[in-house]
Ligand binder design. Structure first.
Ligand code: ADP
Ligand code: MG
Length: 309
């Protein structure tokens, strides 16, 4: 690489350059990997080609040393220098190490689940470790059914789930487990706590970023709105945030999940039409129609698991 080549020239510029040069060349040629490489490619390499490759060999030896010491000044941290034949000359390439690849893969996997204000245990939720009680069998079966049908046929419309159940029954956990399982299939899920979303939107009103935020959310490949109905809902959040998101997802046939303490009926009557203005029931009905279209209501019953933890 440039800078290493320059370094070599600098060293060579010194007064007694020829003996310094010999010393450097000897150092480089004595390196077992270099010797082995030249031996393996001796037939393709002329003596002139080897001489012209000194700078590359020098770079290789230097960078290999740094790589072994994990020296942060190395050219490409996480990549191991390797010699290869580049046309008739010797060249250095940098190959990612297994550790680097594993780290990147893990990073990619967790990037595929975008979460906002979701606790750590939910981020690590797994469908394989899901404790099944008879009451939750249906929800788990539906979750598996969705994952299978969506991954087999992602272009078709698939109804998401509307998980309804009391506090602590494991709704958020199941959403997280579905999201993680989908991530294994390279499907990106956005899991948002609805109250946090509402708070963030309200805070963004002044900053003009509301439209961008709503846009990003409505276009998510899989969207999960967790704990809808828990916050007090302003007509603006209902119509200009939730309404816009759901309208788009219905049009574009994008899978959408919900979780709520309230049943769909309760959500419509007790939550979405909270204010007393005449038009409210109609607006609530319209939102509810979209939720019903996008998702299937599943009742989750069981003990409050939070009490045991
Ligand atoms: P909800 O969202 O219905 O209020 P959570 O999903 O937050 O309930 O679950 C409550 C607690 O129980 C959490 O600490 C969660 O990690 C744990 N939990 C829920 N379901 C499971 C499960 N199937 N296996 C293991 N832990 C679970
Ligand atoms: Mg929850």
């Amino acid at each position: 690489m440039e800078n290493v080549g320059n370094e070599l020239t600098k060293v060579l510029d010194k007064k007694n350059w020829s003996s310094r040069f010999d010393e450097l060349v000897n150092n480089v040629m004595e390196d077992p990997d270099v010797a082995q490489f030249i031996l393996e490619h001796r037939e393709e390499l002329t003596d002139e080609a080897i001489t012209k490759s000194y700078a590359k060999l020098y770079e290789f030896v230097q960078e290999k040393k740094k790589f072994k010491l994990n020296d942060p000044t190395m050219i490409a941290p996480g990549y191991e220098p390797q010699l290869f034949m580049n046309f008739h000359f010797i060249d250095v390439t940098y190959v990612p190490t297994k550790e680097l690849l594993a780290k990147k893969a893990a990073q990619e996997l967790s990037n595929r689940v975008k979460t906002m204000n979701v606790p750590k245990d939910i981020k690590e939720a797994s469908i394989d470790n899901y404790t099944v009680s008879s009451e939750r069998k249906e929800a788990l079966a539906e979750a598996f059914f969705f994952i299978r049908s969506y991954t087999e046929n992602p272009k078709e419309f698939h109804q998401g789930l509307y998980l309804q159940g009391s506090f602590g029954v494991g709704k958020t956990y199941l959403l997280g487990a579905i999201a993680n399982e989908l991530a294994d299939h390279e499907v990106q899920t956005t899991l948002l706590n609805f109250s946090s979303l509402a708070t963030e939107m309200k805070a963004a009103i002044g900053s003009n970023s509301v439209v961008d935020k709503v846009d990003a959310i409505k276009k998510a490949e899989i969207l999960m709105l967790d704990d809808i109905g828990a916050e007090s809902l302003s007509p603006w959040i209902r119509d200009d945030v939730l309404g816009v998101i759901l309208q788009y997802r219905m049009q574009e046939q994008l899978p959408t999940f919900f979780s709520s303490n309230l049943s769909m009926d309760q959500l419509e009557k007790e939550h979405l039409s909270t204010t007393t203005k005449g038009e409210e029931p109609l607006k609530a009905k319209r939102i509810m129609e979209r939720i019903r279209y996008l998702s299937k209501e599943i009742k989750m019953v069981g003990k409050n698991r939070r009490l045991n933890n």
